[in-house]
Design a protein around this ligand. Structure first.
Ligand SMILES: [Zn+2]
Ligand SMILES: [Zn+2]
Length: 538
């Protein structure tokens, strides 16, 4: 079977993999690229397949970096099924419409700019209406339920412990009388996070797509993280200041509500207003309440005991812009939880404008900040941030609390991976920044001895056919403008070198290939070519 890596490779956004068995073509995830103009241009790139030829899209979860291009695909003629869990469908209903709305606003803003410089209008990637239309193609599947999609093709969704409705997808493919199993980790949560169940330990697979968002890092424990948050809140209260928390509308916000409610119930913090200032987060919280079957035992227990984990007298859900503006006029201490989680859009930008320059304010990052986003610049220590055409100084206390992450850390990923029994498992490390995926891939290779590597964007391969594992190079390289091909070639070179070195080292110790004259001649030639190139550059 054939595979093409369409996104979420060497970057965290745009997750999408194209799979083909005979004439059957389908996608796993159909995510939007996010984090600056250069990478977002990929959202407009022409795919190598016709959307009308796709039979279905298997969707791991509702986050836009996995689902965000579905309306665009439907707009372009996709008429198959989008298969996902019920909670994912419920969340997509609000998130895709919201995304369509944002696309419209951004296109409008760009068009106004274009007009002033005499250029043509910019069309939105898709509209809220397109998003609405795309919903009719969704089909839901329960966790742990085997669904046959076509002759010789079965799937099953399992808990991924990342956000409500998130899933690991198992795919069984029969080809040439042999059954092979592919597994997509989707985004994988850590063990023991609140509200939803832990990731399901899958043991069988021939090929695995593994996320690597935090593949190079260890999180602090949840208890330590909650203690840190408590300290920050108390410090802010002592200075009558505010704590601003940019949070993804789905899961991180509910996780925070849950945690703050617990702190309040235990009387560890005094009664101060907690604002949930994101209409999307408010709708998402309603969806949580509608899907209690996704909850873990602890949360189910709270509900059974008559306690609503998402309600507390101090929590103020602010729907309107007026209510949102009033938050910063209130002189009292308070906690503001607002979206977007990476500060690139939404109401959080207004709160940052109000608080970044105040030395007594606290800005707390609890989720992943992708390269190129406003959030990432603040975390990386920018002295000023441009918001609404104004330079704002960063004087507030900036904190990053990894322990609230919806993604497993390196230890969690390796632990989940250690359940796989097949020594010939092929691991494709994806959904991570390039260097992070590379690090994780190397560790997997060293510690678990699985074959692991990091595919390139738009790379095509044949699976389970060792003699033609990689498709001819020119097919991979013939895409994109020259600069992109140049950087892609450089990456290929780097990757090729590392792979070659590893293989040569292994062979040298096993078979004494260093004495082989043919090998030496080949290596000398490569060396010569490199020296020549270097000379030409001087
Ligand atoms: Zn996610
Ligand atoms: Zn993701």
């Amino acid at each position: 079977m054939k595979v093409e890596f369409l996104g979420g490779v060497r970057t965290v956004t745009g997750s999408a993999t194209l799979l083909q068995k005979d004439s059957l073509l389908w996608l796993v995830d159909c995510g939007m690229f996010q984090g600056g103009r250069a990478i977002e241009e990929r959202n407009q790139s022409v795919p190598s397949y016709r959307p009308t030829d796709l039979s279905f899209i298997l969707l791991t979860h509702a986050h836009l970096d996995h689902s965000g291009l579905i309306p665009k695909l439907v707009k372009e003629g996709f008429r198959g099924k989008v298969v996902c869990t019920k909670a994912t469908f419920d969340l997509c209903e609000i998130m895709l419409k919201d995304s369509g709305h944002i696309q419209e606003i951004e296109a409008e803003w760009q068009s106004r700019k274009n007009k002033r410089s005499g250029r043509e209008d910019t069309a939105p990637l898709y509209t809220a209406e397109d998003a609405e239309k795309s919903l009719r193609y969704f089909q839901t599947v329960g966790y742990d339920e085997i669904l046959s999609l076509s002759d010789g093709l079965k799937i099953r969704f399992q808990d991924a412990g990342h956000i409500l409705g998130s899933a690991i997808i198992e795919i069984w493919v029969e080809e040439g009388g042999q059954e092979k199993k592919l597994v997509f980790s989707g985004d994988l949560g850590g063990l023991g996070q609140p509200i939803i169940r832990d990731p399901f330990p899958v043991a069988e697979a021939d090929a695995l797509w593994l996320e690597s968002t935090y593949g190079d890092r260890l999180h602090k424990s949840r208890e330590e993280t909650v203690q840190e948050l408590l300290k920050i809140i108390l410090e802010a209260i002592s200075k009558q200041a505010k704590v601003v928390i940019p949070a993804f509308a789905v899961e991180r916000t509910q996780d925070l509500i849950y945690t703050i409610s617990q702190l309040r119930r235990k009387d560890l913090i005094p009664s101060i207003p907690v604002y949930i200032d994101s209409p999307l987060a408010i709708s998402a919280t309603e969806i949580f309440k509608k899907n209690p079957d996704c909850f873990d035992e602890e949360t189910k227990g709270l509900l059974l005991g008559g306690k609503d984990p998402f309600e507390l007298p101090e929590i103020k859900y602010t729907q309107t812009t007026e209510e949102s503006k009033a938050i910063n006029e209130d002189p009292r201490s308070g906690i503001i939880i607002s979206a977007s989680g990476m500060c690139d859009s939404g109401r959080i930008q207004h709160h940052l404008k109000h608080h970044l320059w105040r030395s007594e304010s606290h800005i707390v990052f609890i989720g992943y900040q992708a390269e190129g986003t406003v959030g990432r610049r603040i975390v990386d220590g920018a002295k000023t941030i441009r918001l609404f055409g104004e330079e704002i100084a960063v004087r507030a206390h900036v904190h990053t609390l990894g322990g609230f992450s919806a993604h497993a850390d390196q230890k969690g990923l390796l632990e989940w991976l250690s359940h796989f029994k097949n020594p010939n498992l092929q691991v494709f490390v994806n959904h991570g920044e390039e260097k992070v995926s590379m690090i994780l891939s190397e560790i997997i290779h060293q510690e678990l001895k699985f074959e692991a590597d990091v595919p390139q964007w738009r790379e095509k391969r044949f699976l389970f056919a060792p003699e033609q594992k990689v498709m001819p190079e020119e097919k991979i390289e013939a895409v994109g403008p020259p600069e992109e091909r140049f950087s892609s070639l450089l990456k290929n070179l780097e990757r090729g070198y590392k792979k070659l070195r590893r293989k040569l080292k292994m062979r040298r110790s096993k078979r004494g290939d260093h004495r082989d004259a043919e090998w030496l001649k080949d290596l000398e030639e490569v060396n010569k070519k490199l020296e020549e190139l270097e000379e030409r550059l001087q």
